[in-house]
Ligand binder design. Sequence first.
Ligand SMILES: O=C(CO)[C@@H](O)[C@H](O)COP(=O)(O)O
Length: 225
Amino acid sequence: MPRAIISPSVLASDFGQLTAECNRMIKGGAEWLHMDVMDGHFVPNITMGAPILACVSKGVPGIFMDCHMMVADPEKWVNDIADAGGALYCFHLEATADPLSVIRAIRARNMKVGVAISPDTPSTAITDEVANAADMLLVMTVYPGRGGQKFLDRCVPKVAELRARFPDKDIEVDGGVGPKTIDVCAHAGSNVIVAGTAIFNAPNPEEVIASLKTSVNTAQANAAK
Ligand SMILES: O=C(CO)[C@@H](O)[C@H](O)COP(=O)(O)O
């Protein structure tokens, strides 16, 4: 089973705070930082793009930027995100008719590949060919577009279905994940955990990171028995 990875989705109101929080998360035990790129087309909101990520990359030594591309034309941004220091480029299956071409473009820039599905997309939409060409599969547990939404339990079976098909892939969950919802995700087989509100609204974010990781490790140990 792949290792537990915590990828905080950083909430910040200015750039200085963004880099400071990223540095704090890494010191606090986070392996990755989840960077939500929204384009105002695939989702209604606009967040940040490659220029901001390039600054973060310079201001946060050792950062692994897990770039969640909530964008309408995923192939278009591959070079910019690679130049900005993106380590993993995760695009939405719903946003392209040719996922293998997007994957080839990402590989050509030496980034890891993630493929995301929104709540209404079945796990079977991820074909074996696409999954085997990817490093990570992301099951959204809220509708993409903003943080702070309620976790959708009905998405959890998709995690279990993908884990059964792909025992060695990283499987990420994102949206409404925190201490109250981590156990079902971990039990279903997710090993990469994104959390925004649950970490940043907590009095001690480092404790939440540690407890999310413990939940994944415990679920993995139980599954191995
Ligand atoms: O991409 C998204 C939502 O579109 C997520 O990354 C959220 O931003 C995570 O925040 P919480 O749901 O954990 O508050």
